[in-house]
Structures are given as structure tokens and as C-alpha cells.
Design a protein around this ligand. Structure first.
Ligand code: CP
Length: 302
């Protein structure tokens, strides 16, 4: 059993993870030392602050430990294959959390691993982040069902794709507000339509920031370009109308939340005034990574 995509799970399975995460947050000792003697390997080919530290802290809190491997400090950086690395690690550890580039790399890791694998971000999706985000929305709004979430930024984005997997299951209405010419990821969109078959769930794609904000319960944004891309001035200019700033928040209901998976490129996709406002729940999202991932770790390795 792996945790590679929210699209692999039923509503009940994700509901159970969210409930367990909330219990672990309310009562931090609830997990006991269920992972005593167990080790998680963190194989990270990209930078990370939240994902790395929340997994390391989570393992420690559950009585286990974590070992971090980057490309620079392991033989991965000297050409050892992912398959050989993963087969070797599986002889030492009880789980692997990996942050990689292409989604096919996490699938390759899962194919060769003899232990559970957790997706710590790929170019396609970011399931741990969205599990924590669902938890955060529920904490602040009381319920996910009927929540109107407006995402600002790239339409084919790993955050959007994981929302496409989860929103149909939880009855969250998703609006994606992106520069003209962009489209939702066809694979994630097909999965969303299949998951939402019974309630005819459909996301909305718009290019009008004010229209998307008008009835939003949540305004969510992410960096405009992924961490290995170097944007051109023209590319940045296309996104500037989609910045979540004070003027855009004023078009939304006063009760609307501001969310961001972080790190925030302040002054680009969001202003300081919004990121640091009373409506911002970005640090709750970051904290909930810990609780949500502890629930995932216990479900896979407990
Ligand atoms: N949101 C997120 O995944 O943060 P890091 O890149 O710091 O892990």
C-alpha cells in the first residue's frame, strides 16, 4: 500500500485519515510510540522545508526515526539508478517518502520498493499538501461540503491536480483562475469527472480574477512557476493580473480565507498584506502537514 495520489483513495479512506489527523492534533500523544523501531527514508531530489521537517518530526513523535537523502549526498547524484537505490533502501527501512520531478519517478520508486512509498511532491501532484489543506479548510469553515475554493495561478499545477482528485469526493466547488490559453491537466480532469460521476461534479476555469473571488470561501494561490523553472519577464507579466492582493480579497466575502501551500514568493502571487492578514491561514496549513502526515504514516507503517 502506497500514498501516491489522492485519486487512489475513496471518500471513506480520506475521511478516516482526516479524522485521525484531527485526533492527533487535538491529542498529540494519541499516536503513542506506534512507530517505535521503524525508520522512514526521505529521498528528496528537490528542496523542501515543510515536507522534510514535518515527516522527520512526525516520525520522531511516533517513536521512530527518519533518514534524509538528497541527490548531493547519496549515490543518486553519481548515477546510481532509482531502482537500485530503492531496492537497497527497502532492506534497511520501513517506508520511503520521496520528492521527485516527474510523476513516473514516484511510480518507479513504488514499483521497486518493498516498503510503503509516500509521495512528497511530483510535478503532477502533491497529495500530502492537499490532505493538510482539506483539514485546514474544515477547521476554519466547519465543513468541506459546498465550500467554494478559487485557485489563482497555473491551471496545470500539482496543487490543482490534487484538488481535482479530492474536491469531487468532498463536494468542494473548485474554480481555477488562470491566464488565457491555459487548460486543466487532462489526466487529473478525467479522474475528477470519474470520481464525481454521481454528483456530476465539474470544475470551473475562468480568466477573470474578480469573478472567481465574488463568492469564494477560500482564495488559494501557489508560486507561478515550479522550483526548477526560470521564468521570463513575459511569463511573469501574464500572471501579474492573478496576484492575490488586498484589492482582490476585497472582492471576496469578508469571511474568505487566504491559503497558500508555501513557500510564498511575496510580491508575486501574493502580497505581504494578504499573506500576513487575519484571513490568512497559511501557517495552519503548514502545521497541519505534520498531523495529516502522521495519520498517513500510521496507516501505512503502523
Ligand atoms: N508546501 C511544501 O511542500 O513545502 P516545502 O516545499 O517546503 O516542503
Amino acid at each position: 500500500m502506497h500514498f501516491l495520489s489522492l485519486g487512489d483513495f475513496s471518500h471513506k479512506e480520506l475521511r478516516d485519515l482526516l479524522d485521525h489527523a484531527s485526533e492527533l492534533k487535538a491529542r498529540p500523544t494519541a499516536g503513542g510510540d506506534a512507530l517505535r523501531g521503524k525508520t522512514l527514508a526521505l529521498v528528496f531530489l528537490k528542496h523542501s522545508t515543510r515536507t522534510r521537517v514535518s515527516f522527520e518530526a512526525g516520525m520522531h513523535q511516533l517513536g521512530g526515526n527518519a533518514i534524509y537523502l538528497s541527490e548531493d549526498t547519496s549515490q543518486l547524484g553519481r548515477g546510481e539508478t532509482i531502482a537500485d537505490t530503492v531496492k537497497t533502501l527497502s532492506r534497511y527501512v520501513d517506508g520511503i517518502a520521496a520528492r521527485v520531478f516527474g510523476h513516473e519517478q514516484i511510480e518507479e520508486i513504488a514499483q521497486h520498493a518493498g516498503v510503503p512509498v509516500i509521495n512528497g511532491l511530483t510535478d503532477f501532484n502533491h497529495p500530502c499538501q492537499i490532505l493538510a489543506d482539506l483539514m485546514t479548510i474544515e477547521e476554519h469553515l466547519g465543513s468541506l461540503r459546498g465550500c467554494r475554493l478559487a485557485f489563482y495561478g497555473a491551471a496545470d499545477n500539482n496543487i490543482v491536480n490534487s484538488f481535482l482528485h479530492a474536491c469531487p469526493l468532498f463536494g468542494v466547488q473548485l474554480t481555477v483562475c488562470s491566464p488565457p490559453g491555459q487548460a486543466l491537466n487532462p489526466v487529473a480532469l478525467a479522474a475528477a469527472r470519474k470520481a464525481g460521476e454521481n454528483n456530476a461534479w465539474e470544475p470551473r476555469l475562468t480568466h477573470d480574477p474578480a469573478e472567481a473571488a465574488a463568492d469564494a470561501d477560500v482564495l488559494y494561490t501557489d508560486v507561478w512557476f515550479s522550483m526548477h523553472e526560470t521564468p521570463s519577464e513575459e511569463g511573469l507579466a501574464a500572471y501579474r493580473p492573478y496576484q492575490v492582493n488586498e484589492a482582490l480579497m476585497a472582492r471576496a466575502p469578508a469571511s474568505a480565507l487566504f491559503m497558500h501551500c508555501m513557500p510564498v514568493h511575496r510580491g508575486e502571487e501574493a502580497t505581504d498584506g494578504v499573506a500576513d492578514s487575519a484571513q490568512s491561514v497559511i501557517f495552519d496549513e503548514a502545521e497541519n502537514r505534520l498531523h495529516a502526515q502522521k495519520a498517513v504514516l500510521l496507516s501505512l507503517m503502523g
